[in-house]
Write a protein that binds this ligand. Structure first.
Ligand code: SF4
Length: 490
């Protein structure tokens, strides 16, 4: 039977998904570039550039291999499928299981047949089975089970290096006057230029748009960054936007790299020596633990999970999220400028600056989630829904994380050099120079003290709140800060 193989823009790998056993003699490959995907929301243009150019390069590689490829531009994905099906009659249409609930429904209703989505190391059914047996969904428990199941950094059931994680070693602040290795640049070719022109956008050279470029990025990480990744993985500095982060998430999430390839390269380097266990473990945990866990939770928690708002947070998105000039907070201004420049910042600015700010200002979780989806290059639906709703803004009442990731300026001051250049003082919680994070952290705890009263992991923070002698002044300052943030003046 001759087939049409539909390739969504996050299934760009020849060895996985519906292409695994594809044959140029029988199979026609269909890509759909939908206008809704491009124009439906205010997407960061770097993100659109990356997704479109990667897909067009991948389509070309399949053509070069001998496949007949249809690359259709249409108003919606379904209209594009329709056009492909009408042109190539009497073929079944198949696809690997899509990566969002909405796309899954749309394709199923259209009659697309699914093959298993194997772009992850954990089949969806296996994760559901694990989750169904848990009293709570602790990532650490899932991760340890993954280490044993996949036989990675273990001998028997014992962890390599004597510990399952090395978090304590991996919390160093940025070194002073830090200068890291040069960033890898990716030259732009004709396809890149064509996409950039269509988008009316001057694309950076930060992100690869081909399999070859993605593999070069993997090699660059292993050779130049892996050894130092762990200890500095939470550090933030204005002197280096990437530190030793791998910059691989865009390729893992659009399929140009498969997690098994990344893990194999990391393990090979570790076994050859020169990579400390805290870096090896810290990196492997992101790939086989956190990434797989978040994907599994997306499917396990269901489509309604994205609408959770259990803290009743209803503030509109603050202007500083879309305009770096709308704040005087150095950490936020710098982070938003970095996002504007290349559609990426690492996990700590995302969690401890952006999400923390959304959490303690009581910003509406769905408004914040939409913004996060729009601005980050790697922000697929399955990544962002659990990361934002569960971890970032604790909107699920603790279903995923046992406590909210709320923090004041002291944490940011310890882990970055932002505060040195800031007009606010991270140590102050009241007065004009008080750090907004510090003021709003205590205000947040006070607003929600009843809901957190039974959470033993919050008892220390609530004890600290009770000891504040200046709570009335702090509440007054918090009101001013929130008003100032809404006006873009803080
Ligand atoms: Fe951010 Fe507060 Fe530090 Fe300023 S003082 S950089 S607002 S944490």
């Amino acid at each position: 039977m001759k087939r049409i193989i539909y390739i969504p823009f996050d299934h760009l790998h020849r060895g996985f998904g519906a292409l695994k056993e594809a044959d140029p003699k029988n199979d026609l490959i269909l890509f759909v570039e939908s206008a809704r995907m491009l124009g439906g929301r205010p997407w960061h243009k770097e993100r659109l550039f990356f997704l479109l150019s990667s897909a067009r390069h991948f389509a070309k590689a399949l053509k070069d291999e001998g496949f007949t490829v249809e690359y259709i531009k249409a108003a919606t994905t379904v209209e594009g499928l329709d056009a492909g099906v009408k042109k190539h009659k009497n073929r079944s249409i198949i696809c690997a299981e899509p990566s969002s609930f909405r796309q899954y429904e749309a394709l199923k209703n259209y009659g697309v047949e699914f093959v298993e989505n194997d772009f992850f190391l954990t089949p969806r059914g296996l994760f559901s089975h694990w989750a169904g047996e848990q009293k709570n969904f602790l990532m650490e428990n899932f991760y340890r089970a993954q280490r044993i199941r996949l036989d990675i950094l273990v001998s028997g059931n014992k962890p390599t290096g004597g510990s399952w994680n090395f978090d304590k070693e991996n919390r160093l602040p940025p070194p002073k006057n830090y200068v890291g290795p040069a960033y890898l640049e990716h030259k732009r070719d004709e396809i890149d230029k064509e996409v950039a022109k269509e988008l009316d956008y001057a694309a950076t050279t930060t992100w690869a748009t081909t399999r070859k470029g993605a593999l070069a990025q993997l090699k660059n990480f292993i050779d130049n960054h892996f050894a130092e990744f762990g200890p500095l993985e939470d550090a933030m500095t204005t002197e280096n936007w990437a530190m030793h982060h791998s910059l691989l998430s865009p390729y893992l999430n659009n399929g140009l790299l498969h997690p098994s390839e990344v893990v194999a390269a990391a393990l090979k380097a570790f076994e050859q020596g020169g990579i400390p266990i805290e870096s090896a473990e810290g990196f492997i945990r992101q790939i086989i633990g956190w990434r797989e866990y978040v994907h599994g939770m997306y499917w396990y928690l269901g489509p309604d999970y994205r609408n959770e708002n259990q803290l009743g947070a209803n503030r509109k998105l603050l202007p500083l999220f879309t305009d770096a000039s709308a704040t005087q907070m150095n950490c936020i201004k710098s982070t938003i400028s970095d996002i504007d420049a290349r559609s990426w910042v690492h996990h700590i600015p995302r969690l401890m600056l952006l999400s923390n700010l959304a959490l303690i200002t009581g910003t509406n979780p769905q408004a914040f989630l939409d913004w996060m989806r729009e601005v980050f290059i790697d922000a697929t639906e399955w990544v962002m829904v659990p990361n934002v709703i569960g971890m970032g803004v604790h909107a699920d009442g603790g279903a995923m994380m046992t406590k909210p990731y709320a923090a004041g300026g002291a944490y940011i001051s310890r882990m970055s050099n932002y505060c040195k250049g800031c007009r606010y003082n991270p140590k102050l919680r009241i007065g004009e120079n008080a750090c907004p994070f510090t003021t709003l952290y205590w205000d947040f705890l006070d607003r929600h003290k009843e809901s957190f009263a039974t959470n033993h992991r919050m008892s220390q923070q609530l004890f600290g709140l009770k000891r504040l002698s200046d709570l009335p002044e702090l509440k007054e300052r918090a009101r001013e800060v929130l008003e100032g943030l809404e006006k873009g003046e803080i």
